[in-house]
Design a protein around this ligand. Structure first.
Ligand SMILES: [Zn+2]
Length: 102
């Protein structure tokens, strides 16, 4: 599906005025569920980076949203697509992709 294809990914960042932890908000994990894309947009509209410690990063699952799919490509499984619901959260890199080929 995506082999050899470069793909830009939209990212929005709110960098806080003070150092701190960062959080990543990935929306559209299931590309047919778009409510999370709007939710992240609303969160960023309300963020005030001048009062924030750390940062917030938002990015959609671009392939999933564009192809309206629940499955993601992975570099380690060739053309096999995975449903992230069955692989997240990963306990370790070794177990992350186990059971995802089905
Ligand atoms: Zn979902």
């Amino acid at each position: 599906m995506f082999q050899g294809v470069e793909m830009g990914v939209p990212v929005i960042v709110a960098k806080g005025a003070k150092p701190g932890k960062r959080v990543l908000l990935v929306s559209g994990v299931h590309g047919d569920e778009l409510n999370s894309v709007g939710a992240v947009q609303q969160i960023f509209a309300k963020l005030d980076a001048s009062t924030l410690s750390g940062g917030v990063i938002g990015s959609p699952n671009r392939p999933g949203v564009e192809w309206v799919t629940r499955k993601w490509p992975t570099s380690s499984l060739g053309t096999t697509l995975i449903n992230p619901k069955s692989t997240w959260p990963a306990r370790s890199p070794a177990t992350r992709l186990s059971g995802s080929a089905g």
